[in-house]
Design a protein around this ligand. Structure first.
Ligand SMILES: Nc1ncnc2c1ncn2[C@@H]1O[C@H](COP(=O)(O)OP(=O)(O)OP(=O)(O)O)[C@@H](O)[C@H]1O
Ligand SMILES: [Mg+2]
Length: 228
């Protein structure tokens, strides 16, 4: 489903060139759950941003269901990202003053759905993450675990082909963390394609495959968890 070929990312930091991604080639199959681990500063988030079309590589090719997505115009790229990719961040990135429902509805505002259809979809995904009873609450008043559930619902509301998560349990304590991991396990069981960056061994263990990156390179691509 996804193929990265020879991806490089170089950043000019003052007068220095920093090689953040160094010749990354990677294939991800439909329904696969891949975790990415590696030391701080190794390029994990940058790789995820490239996969999520939030950042462009300096060099290399990216095919998403056979489409060379790096060639899309900025407008079509934004639409592609909105429809096909769901992103979950460590810091949730919700709109604090908006309600749970309004946050989840945001990605649907570009769609042609009626207001009622939008609401129904939002309620359905909020049910999937156990947040149906708090739809009217403002995001700012939620606990960390609840915020992340809402952020996952927002990532799922367009039924994306690919779900990307950057340390989704990084800001959560034990109970909230296992709740979020349960949701990701459920998504995997539903056949969703997931790529998750994590420092957490419990989180890495639920993936089919674990990639380790170091200094912008994939140094170890071993099987872990379910697909042993
Ligand atoms: N805009 C930028 N300007 C300069 N350097 C950058 C920029 N973006 C990323 N970097 C550098 O690229 C490297 C990789 O960053 P990245 O955020 O991908 O690491 P990471 O593996 O996600 O780290 P962490 O585990 O701490 O989140 C780091 O050395 C970082 O300082
Ligand atoms: Mg990071």
């Amino acid at each position: 489903m996804i193929s990265l070929q020879g991806i490089h990312k170089t950043i000019i930091d003052g007068r220095h060139q920093v090689r953040v991604l160094d010749d990354i080639s990677l294939a991800i199959h439909e329904g696969e759950f891949v975790s990415i681990i590696g030391p701080s500063g190794s390029g994990k988030s940058t790789l995820l941003h490239v996969l999520g079309l939030l950042d462009k590589p300096t060099d290399g090719q990216y095919f998403f269901t056979n489409e060379p997505v790096l060639r899309l115009s900025p407008g079509r790229l934004a639409t592609f990202r909105n429809r096909r990719i769901g992103f979950v961040f460590q810091s949730f990135m919700l709109m604090p003053r908006m309600s749970v429902l309004e946050n989840v509805e945001l990605p649907l505002l570009y769609s042609r759905l009626s207001r009622r259809e939008r609401r129904e979809r939002c309620i359905a995904v909020l049910q999937g993450v156990g947040m149906q009873d708090k739809v009217k609450q403002r995001a700012i008043h939620l606990s960390g675990g609840e915020k992340q559930r809402v952020a996952i619902a927002r990532a799922l509301v367009n039924d994306p082909d690919l779900i990307l998560a950057d340390e989704p349990t990084g800001n959560l304590d034990g109970a909230a963390k296992s709740g979020i991991l349960q949701i990701f396990s459920k998504l995997k069981a539903q056949g969703k394609t997931i790529v998750m960056v994590t420092h957490d061994t419990d989180a890495a263990a639920i993936a089919d495959r674990c990639l380790r990156i170091q200094s912008g390179r994939i140094v170890d691509a071993k099987l872990a968890g379910g697909a042993k």
